[in-house]
Design a protein around this ligand. Sequence first.
Ligand code: SF4
Length: 156
Amino acid sequence: MADGPGLRTSIYCAGCKHACKGCHNPQSWDFKAGKEMDVEELLDIIKADDLSDVTFSGGDPFYQVEAFTQLARRIKEETTKTIWCWTGFTLEEIQADAHLAQMLPYLDVLVDGPFILEQRDTDLLFRGSPNQRIIYLHGAPPEDIIPGTVALEPLR
Ligand code: SF4
């Protein structure tokens, strides 16, 4: 319930190189940590829960962009669930790199940018510092608008 609006199945991936000072989850930096799982296994877990939408977090899912793109595409093709994804990259960095950008068409919301300890604000929803943005990549449902939200024109 903390990883986006409503009930969500959250997938915490292993591995992050952003090394933000004050990171809430430094144990997730290790790419060898965690349990290896394939796309089918994750999809089965996600589909078994009728009520929950999906969150990708970590770690940073964009360091495993091929696999998370496959998973996101299957979620979009086979369910009506929304996908929120947290990343330490900015949207502009992702858009400038075709390899990273392959996942964007399948995500509903990107919460972007590194955590900046000096700007830490515990009043922010779903973010640690105000440089991080909640970006609806394909337009935002009005009922979901959260202060600080950025809604882009539909990309899909
Ligand atoms: S991007 Fe997230 S997981 Fe990675 S170091 Fe920064 S706060 Fe930690």
